[in-house]
Each structure stands twice: as structure tokens, then as C-alpha cells.
Design a protein around this ligand. Structure first.
Ligand code: UDP
Ligand code: MG
Length: 322
């Protein structure tokens, strides 16, 4: 029988040939000290440098190493999703390959997990070696997301986290095509806690997150966890329509009091406000339906039960019923 795996470390990798050996050595040092069974699960997200060869070599020499090679670049979030799908550990840690997330924090996460927490996420108290633009845009993004999101998603927190097996089981049930993993994990719930750390500079190479990918990640985060963009039309519609009726009232009062005829310009302004207001409002109504439809096509479970007590029949898990 295969040995039970205690810890799975999921590492998304995209063109990280320069840093891969150092990552492997640092992760191995930390995990060997834990005297537990572990797997290093590298997900090669369509790299075109020497990454593939290096990973295959590691896999041949070290039984702890497992490798998934994607057919092309699917992006960081899908690489994490695949890693979690294939991980078999009791606890799963997601960590970047570039050593910006220090592997030495893993034992601290494990300790919290042993205390009974199901998710331990690493919150960045400072970020080293990143451009002012990256720091500012990231900080702004987390704050906007926090304001508009229906689920509370921790500020300044990336994907470096430990998750209990039961959280991963739930994550596997979510079938979103453009996943925003940190949001999904917050949405899943259970006992979550944070540890803080200083995010180091990249050891070698440069960021694999150009502006284009950052914008996509932000849009995925906002559209999967907020309906505000869809509701904007309703707000605008209500405001415009309200303004239209108010102007109409003013014109009518003026007409009643002074007997002054409705002027052409005033009449047109009122007509435009009321017409545009109605259009926006109708778009908003479509938005409301779209939001509900969107919720359905996301195929997230409707609810997640942590414990079920007091039943006189055995409660089966939702996934067994599916
Ligand atoms: N990555 C990936 N696919 C991509 C982009 C990045 O798997 O399309 C990996 C990358 O190799 C790294 C992690 O995701 O391990 C985070 O990427 P990066 O360090 O470039 O992002 P940053 O830290 O600059 O935000
Ligand atoms: Mg990085």
C-alpha cells in the first residue's frame, strides 16, 4: 500500500528555470526537517525555457517530486487549481516557485493547522523588490475588492496558504472556468486564520505577471465575487429617472403658479432624463437576472456543511449524493 502523504506542496511554475533548483533545495530542507511524508507537486504552466527538463530530472531523482506539464500556458490560477486537484496530502500548501514566499513559514502554518485551523493564509506586511506601480496597484486592487465583494476576502493576501484536505475537497467541486482561487477559499469558509510575513524580492528572473495578466486576475476577482458592475445600471437608472421626475415636478409647479408654458428646452431635458433613466433601469433589471444566471453557471455548491450532529441517520457528504 502507498504511504499516506501528510503534506502536498503545490508549486505553479512558468519559465522559472533560473530559480527552480534553489526553490527545490529550500523546500526540501524545510520538509525533510518535519519528518513526515510529503510530495512536491510542480505544475509546469506551459514553460518554454529549461523548466520542463529540470522538473523531469528532479522527478527521476527524488520520489517526493511529482510533475504536471500543461499543454500550454493556462495561467497561475489554473495551475494552482490543477495542483490542488492532483494533491493527495492531508494538508496542501500553495507556494510560488520564485521564493518570494519563504518556504520557512510552512512549519508555522502546519503548527496552526495542528491547532485546528483549516486554512492558514499568509498576509504580506511588506513587499520587497517590487516596483512602486506593482505595490500601489496591488494594494488598490485588494481594497477595491474588499469594498465590492460579497464574500470577505483578506487584504494583501496572495495564494500562499495551507489548506486542510476538506477545504481542497470543496475546492475541487467548484468548476469555474476563470477561477480566483483566494476568493474561492474565502467563500468556502471553515476555520481560517492568518500569519503575517514580509514578501521577499524575487530571487532570479522577472515577474511572470505582466499588466495584461494582472488586469485579468483583477477582473476575475471582481466579476466572480461582486455584482456591483451589473448593478451600476440600476443605480444610474434610478438616479436619472429620479432627476427626470423632479424636473418635471418643478416645471409643473412653475406652470401652475405662474401660468408659464412648458418651454421647449425644459421639456426636452425632462423627456431625455426620463427616457434614459428608464433604459438604464431596464438594463439594471437585466443585470439582476444575469447575476442570478451567473451564480447558477458558476456551479459552486449552494452550501457547505462542516458538521452535522443529532441526526439518527448517517449524513452523507454532498459530493457522495451528486
Ligand atoms: N506563474 C504561472 N503561470 C503564469 C504566471 C505565473 O504558473 O502564467 C507562476 C510563477 O512561475 C510563480 C507564480 O505563478 O511561481 C507567481 O508568479 P510571479 O512571481 O511572476 O508573480 P508576482 O509574484 O510577480 O505577482
Ligand atoms: Mg513572484
Amino acid at each position: 500500500m502507498l504511504n499516506k502523504i501528510n503534506y502536498s506542496i503545490v508549486i505553479p511554475v512558468y519559465n522559472e528555470a533560473e530559480v527552480l533548483q534553489s526553490s527545490y533545495v529550500r523546500l526540501t530542507d524545510v520538509l525533510q526537517n518535519l519528518s513526515a511524508n510529503y510530495e512536491l507537486l510542480f505544475v509546469n504552466d506551459g514553460s518554454w525555457d529549461d523548466t520542463k527538463r529540470q522538473l523531469d530530472q528532479m522527478e527521476r531523482h527524488d520520489e517526493h517530486v511529482k510533475v504536471l506539464h500543461f499543454s500550454r500556458n493556462f495561467g497561475h490560477q489554473l495551475a494552482i487549481t490543477a495542483g490542488v486537484d492532483y494533491a493527495s496530502g492531508e494538508a496542501v500548501v500553495v507556494i510560488d516557485a520564485d521564493l518570494q514566499d519563504p518556504p520557512e513559514l510552512i512549519p508555522e502554518m502546519i503548527q496552526k493547522w495542528q491547532e485546528g485551523y483549516d486554512v492558514i493564509y499568509a498576509k504580506r506586511s511588506a513587499r520587497k523588490g517590487e516596483s512602486p506601480f506593482k505595490k500601489l496597484s496591488a494594494s488598490l486592487f485588494y481594497r477595491i475588492l474588499d469594498k465590492v465583494s460579497e464574500t470577505s476576502i483578506p487584504l494583501d493576501t496572495g495564494d500562499f496558504r495551507l489548506m486542510d484536505k476538506k477545504v481542497c475537497e470543496q475546492l475541487r467541486l467548484i468548476d469555474e472556468k476563470n477561477p480566483f482561487v483566494r476568493g474561492q477559499v474565502s467563500w468556502i469558509g471553515f476555520r481560517q486564520t492568518e500569519i503575517t510575513y514580509t514578501r521577499d524580492a524575487r530571487l532570479y528572473g522577472e515577474t511572470k505577471y505582466p499588466l495584461r495578466k494582472m488586469v485579468k486576475l483583477s477582473l476575475d476577482g471582481i466579476t466572480s465575487f461582486s455584482y456591483l458592475p451589473l448593478k451600476l445600471a440600476s443605480y444610474l437608472g434610478s438616479f436619472t429617472l429620479g432627476a427626470g421626475f423632479l424636473c418635471l415636478l418643478v416645471l409643473l409647479i412653475k406652470w401652475g403658479v405662474t401660468g408659464e408654458q412648458l418651454s421647449g428646452t425644459g421639456g426636452i431635458a425632462v423627456l431625455l432624463l426620463i427616457l434614459f433613466g428608464s433604459c438604464f433601469l431596464l438594463l439594471g433589471i437585466i443585470g439582476e437576472y444575469l447575476a442570478r444566471l451567473f451564480e447558477d453557471v458558476k456551479v459552486r455548491p449552494r452550501y457547505i456543511v462542516d458538521e452535522a450532529n443529532g441526526f439518527d441517520f448517517e449524513v452523507r457528504k454532498r459530493e457522495e449524493l451528486a
